[in-house]
Ligand binder design. Structure first.
Ligand SMILES: Nc1ncnc2c1ncn2[C@@H]1O[C@H](COP(=O)(O)OP(=O)(O)OP(=O)(O)O)[C@@H](O)[C@H]1O
Length: 242
């Protein structure tokens, strides 16, 4: 199947630290590509340099539908349909849930206020955020709902490719189930998902393929069952986690 998003030789260093080293991957439409690796292995940096939020790669190419996008600016990449969430639920705490998502919609879409507001409300609904709480101040919401506001802010961009950075962290098992259902729903609508996750049962359940980073390098990729049984992965990731 043709790749929707592809990375070739992506690399990023911080001074002498090589955070992401010569990473190649591709993901097809409707596929969930899981990304695992120990703390500090470069997973979030990979999302940063794919979206340019907040910084670009030092080297390498990112292709969307075969078209290089690495020279575009962050908002242009978002408008083309590559959206991300963050490890920490980054919301504006003094704004309501819907105003948070509206800001994202206004930043990335060219519609008028009414169209952007409708897009924001739709995105909250798609994320499964309760309709009765749209006007609640985000800072007063529990962590799960703040995460849904952040996910909805990405969905308001109507992305084709959604990059989720540890959506399950700090959540209860029941809430993690809801994240799992949400990912299945988004994939059912044709979305392509890159998922960074330390909660391995979620990662292996929803991912079509997994890739594992260690010290910024891709050490394994393939079907989840094969990858988590790979001795190099057990040594680098599971071994150290234990
Ligand atoms: N802005 C930055 N400046 C300097 N070093 C950074 C910066 N961002 C990340 N790093 C370093 O790059 C390496 C990779 O970090 P990154 O956050 O990408 O790892 P990660 O796999 O997402 O980790 P975690 O699972 O803990 O979130 C780490 O050593 C980190 O300290």
């Amino acid at each position: 199947m043709a790749a929707v998003l592809e990375a070739r030789g992506l690399s990023k260093s911080f001074g002498g630290l090589q955070a992401v080293v010569d990473i190649d991957f591709s993901v097809a439409q409707g596929e969930v590509l899981g990304i695992a690796g120990p703390n500090g292995s470069g997973k979030s940096t990979l999302f940063n340099i794919l979206t340019k939020v907040p910084f670009a790669a030092d080297r390498g190419a990112v292709l969307l539908d075969g078209r290089p996008i690495q020279r575009l600016r962050a908002h242009e990449i978002a408008r083309l349909g590559v959206a991300r969430t963050f490890q920490r639920e980054s919301v504006f705490p003094s704004l309501s849930a819907v105003d948070n998502v509206l800001l994202a919609a206004e930043g990335a879409r060219r519609g008028n206020f009414a169209a952007n507001l409708a897009a924001a409300e739709q995105a909250l609904d798609l994320a499964g955020f309760p309709a009765t709480l749209h006007n609640m101040v985000a800072g007063q919401l529990p962590v799960f709902l703040r995460k849904l506001v952040m996910i909805a802010s990405a969905l308001a961009l109507q992305p084709r490719v959604l990059l989720l950075d540890e959506p399950a962290s700090s959540l209860t098992p029941q809430e993690i189930e809801r994240i799992r259902d949400l990912i299945a729903k988004l994939v059912g609508e044709g979305m392509t998902i890159l998922l960074i996750e330390h909660v391995l049962p979620l990662l292996t359940a929803v991912s079509d393929r997994l890739m594992v980073l260690d010290h910024g390098t891709l050490i394994a990729s393939g079907l989840p069952a094969d990858v988590i049984a790979n001795p190099a992965v057990i040594e680098a990731y599971l071994g150290r986690e234990r």
